[in-house]
Design a protein around this ligand. Structure first.
Ligand code: 5RP
Length: 222
């Protein structure tokens, strides 16, 4: 199985996981990225069995609409049973690095609202220690250089993701060479730097369930 097939398998597994819990009023939180896209494509087959979705990016919202799925603004929605999204790295505690697709802030917001965060990932995303993948940090544009200097003080090597503007109109710094022994502590610390919108550590709001796609099948961890 290649990586695309692993992603398709886990997208379908997530649909199978939530299917028994859906009713006509259900609104589903939907993430961003190639694995989330596989979930969206699989979800389309059930589009008459639930009300609609809240998306963590304009790209996902468009893909949902293209399938004929209603997309709601989060402010129109009281609560979400499920949020389904991918990850760039995930550890045994289901803490993650996210934001490779620059959607980290909206992902964190939708995940905060959802009762159950289901991470869909292929086996390449599973790590013992977070940090090989550079940590994305969304910054207010005028604060970019200041935030970069503060990140250097924390031991990281920030690189401006040139040409990328987030859905919120901000910039991304990708921070290389961080040793992330305490994800929750580092998440808090970076978020305290003035000018940071949020960073891609999902430790305070880790996943509740991991569906991990391997050549032997999709494994469930929680
Ligand atoms: C986007 C994300 C994605 O979930 C993450 O980058 C994983 O993407 P993919 O499924 O394409 O590997 O956080 O901001």
């Amino acid at each position: 199985m290649n990586q695309d097939q692993l992603k398709q398998a886990v997208g379908q597994a997530a649909v199978d996981y939530i299917r028994p819990h859906l009713d006509k009023d259900s609104i589903i939180g939907v993430g961003t990225g190639s694995t989330a896209n596989c979930f969206i494509d699989a979800l389309a087959a059930l589009k008459h069995d639930f009300d609609g979705a809240v998306a963590s990016s304009e790209a996902s919202a468009q893909r949902l609409r293209d399938h004929g799925i209603e997309v709601y603004d989060l402010n129109q929605v009281g609560n979400l049973e499920f949020y389904i999204d991918g990850a760039d790295e995930i550890n045994a505690r289901l803490e993650m690095i996210k934001g490779g697709g620059a959607a980290l802030t909206r992902e964190k917001i939708v995940a905060a609202v959802a009762k159950t965060f289901i991470c869909v990932a292929d086996a390449s995303k599973e790590v013992d220690l977070l940090g090989d993948f550079p940590l994305p940090v969304e910054v207010i544009p005028m604060a970019r250089s200041y935030v970069a200097r503060e990140l250097v003080k924390l031991g990281g090597d920030p690189v401006y993701r040139e040409g990328v503007v987030t859905d919120n109109g901000n910039h991304i710094l990708d921070v290389f060479n961080l040793r992330i022994d305490s994800p929750m502590e580092l998440e808090n610390r970076i978020n305290q730097i003035v000018g940071v919108v949020t960073n891609g550590l999902f430790a305070q709001r880790a996943a509740d369930v991991l569906l991990l796609s391997t050549p032997q099948g999709v494994q469930q961890r929680q």
